[in-house]
Design a protein around this ligand. Structure first.
Ligand SMILES: Cc1cc2nc3c(=O)[nH]c(=O)nc-3n(C[C@H](O)[C@H](O)[C@H](O)COP(=O)(O)OP(=O)(O)OC[C@H]3O[C@@H](n4cnc5c(N)ncnc54)[C@H](O)[C@@H]3O)c2cc1C
Length: 323
């Protein structure tokens, strides 16, 4: 069978055996695996490049949070020269090499708006808005496919909750997706809402650039060092412990080793839930935060943490927090 990707526009055909929506890591990996099995496919991507989340929506100091062996895509490992935690830039280069290696040519600037299944013919009809260049009008394009793979990701679209009093707040409110570095915040008070991996790392970046960040946590959270005792990857250790012990016991060991590395985080308002980190992940899907230096800045007083629900209710650019 012809293993080359189907180029619909070149062939003027409307039919693809497999249609992949999204050219992020998951879409590229699917395309590579289909290539290996000589199954033709087509990738549609709304942005003008592959790996757009990593190119356009991340901050400068970002490195993979997990060791590289857990983040590499199938059939094409990371270069041996890459560090354990590759930088965002290195990951972008890797994705581009991956795309080239497997000859994947996504149709860019094509945003899928509707996917319908027509059981009578056994085909999916996929409707997309195509905007090839800035000056051109949006065209509605329809594709027919036997199978559709949705690889549109879960972190690509910002979620901006509204806060009470937000309309009166005169300071700048921005989403982490538009944050690049703390440079422009030097000397400013900045409230970072959310103590997930991103919030924790942005607070660290802000502190490094001389801003005065305050983190707002509204729920209990497990903070673990990225590397236990500074040596073993926590993620790696979790997987190994789970192979030997029941989850509750693996959790006890992880929390103990985290305590040895980071000390008690509860006293800084980073309160650990009663359930262990692996149990929490299983129950709620919430990933433990892997610390890359934020806890040390909290301990030294460069970053403050408040455990509360946020209210922005001042007619100034200062923020007021009510518990
Ligand atoms: C700050 C940050 C740090 C992270 N660190 C790590 C890490 O260390 N290790 C790790 O494994 N993961 C990490 N992640 C998670 C990361 O999201 C995933 O690893 C990876 O990017 C997911 O790949 P994906 O292809 O599923 O989704 P995405 O990378 O989000 O790709 C989805 C693609 O689909 C496209 N798309 C969306 N909707 C449409 C549509 N309607 N039509 C056409 N195209 C569409 C998007 O433009 C995008 O290119 C991190 C995420 C963030 C935000």
């Amino acid at each position: 069978m012809d293993s080359r990707p189907v180029n619909l526009r070149q062939r003027r055909s409307w039919v693809a055996p497999v249609l992949i929506i999204g050219a992020g890591p998951a879409g590229l990996a699917t395309a590579a695996c289909l290539t290996a099995k000589s199954i033709p496919y087509l990738v549609l991507e709304r942005e003008d490049c592959s790996g757009s989340l990593w190119k356009y929506k991340t901050y400068e100091r970002l490195h993979l949070h997990l060791p590289k062996q857990y983040c590499q895509l199938p059939l094409f490992p990371f270069p041996a020269s890459y560090p354990t935690y590759p930088s965002c830039e290195q990951f972008i280069v890797y994705l581009e090499n991956y795309r080239e290696h497997f000859g994947i040519h996504p149709v860019y600037n094509t945003k899928v708006t509707l996917v319908e299944y027509f059981s009578a013919v056994g085909y999916w009809i996929v409707t997309a808005e195509e905007k090839p260049s800035y000056n051109e009008h949006v065209k509605i394009v329809r594709y027919l496919a036997r199978s559709v793979v949705i690889a549109t990701g879960e972190n690509g679209d910002p979620y901006m909750p509204s806060f009470s009093g937000e309309e009166k707040f005169t300071g700048e409110i921005s989403h982490s997706m538009t944050y690049r570095s703390g440079e422009k915040y030097e000397g400013k008070k900045v409230l970072v809402v959310g103590v997930g991996n991103t919030g924790m790392e942005l607070a660290l970046d802000l502190a490094n650039f001389g801003a005065m960040p305050t983190l707002v946590a509204r729920s209990k959270i497990h903070i673990m060092p990225r590397d236990l005792l500074g040596v073993f990857s926590t993620f790696d250790a979790s997987l190994k412990l789970l192979k030997i012990f029941p989850m509750w016991f693996a959790d006890k060991i992880l929390v103990f080793l985290s305590w040895l590395t980071l000390g008690c985080t509860d006293k800084y308002n980073l309160i650990r839930p009663a359930e262990g980190p692996l149990q929490m992940k299983k129950m709620t899907g919430h990933t433990p935060v892997l610390d890359v230096g934020t806890v040390a800045k909290i301990r030294s007083g460069h970053i403050k943490v408040k455990f509360l629900n946020l209210n922005l209710n001042h007619e100034t650019s200062a923020f007021e927090i009510s518990i």
